[in-house]
Design a protein around this ligand. Structure first.
Ligand code: SF4
Length: 181
């Protein structure tokens, strides 16, 4: 059984379909204290419940929302890619610990779907945290299916976020608009 860390609903379509098509038993795990603000977190959480209903899979929602922990960890590394490395590590190490606690044998993440993330970093961290807990990391490059997954989310009317998640990425997404005006 595999624990699939899920960053958001739209990114889950392709990985979930892939796992199902390959007969891999899994449960989703939503742990994303990086998402800012809380209202946005709730919107993405709701989007995932819709996808889970649509594709019929179970999700464990970890709503600890450790924002203080996340910000404390990234505040001295506020720029990419270091900031993202810290963020991946926080989310994936928590997923690995949860997988171990619940008796899963493997983990993976929907972060492997996005061409806008640091893919190799995610793979390396996933392998590292899995090894630490005596689990395996299920690696698959889902990026070639990015536009297919995006289309599925649009067709299903699933909420699609406009920035990666943290307050820094929210600034990076909209700063150009401010500079233009
Ligand atoms: S840009 Fe995305 S991956 Fe990077 S720190 Fe922010 S939320 Fe995390």
């Amino acid at each position: 059984m595999l624990l699939l860390h899920i960053c958001c609903g739209p990114c889950s379509f392709i990985p979930v379909k892939h796992l199902k098509a390959n007969g891999v038993e899994f449960k989703g795990y939503f742990y994303n204290p990086n998402i800012h603000p809380l209202q946005e977190y709730l919107a993405r959480r709701e989007a995932l419940t819709q996808v889970a209903r649509l594709l019929d899979f179970e999700v464990i929602f970890d709503d600890a929302y450790d924002l203080e922990d996340f910000l404390t960890k990234v505040i001295f590394e506020p720029h990419r890619p270091k900031r993202c490395e810290v963020c991946y590590y926080l989310r994936l190490s928590k997923t690995a610990k949860k997988a171990k606690e619940l008796g899963f044998s493997a983990l993976s993440t929907t972060l492997l779907f996005s061409p806008f993330q640091f893919h190799e970093l995610i793979r390396d961290i996933g392998e590292e945290v899995a090894k630490k807990e005596g689990l395996s990391f299920y690696y698959q490059d889902f990026r070639p299916y990015y536009y297919e997954g995006k289309k599925l989310a649009v067709e299903a009317g699933i909420y699609r976020q406009k920035y990666c998640g943290c307050i820094f990425s929210e600034k990076e997404r909209f700063i150009k608009r401010l500079q233009k005006s």
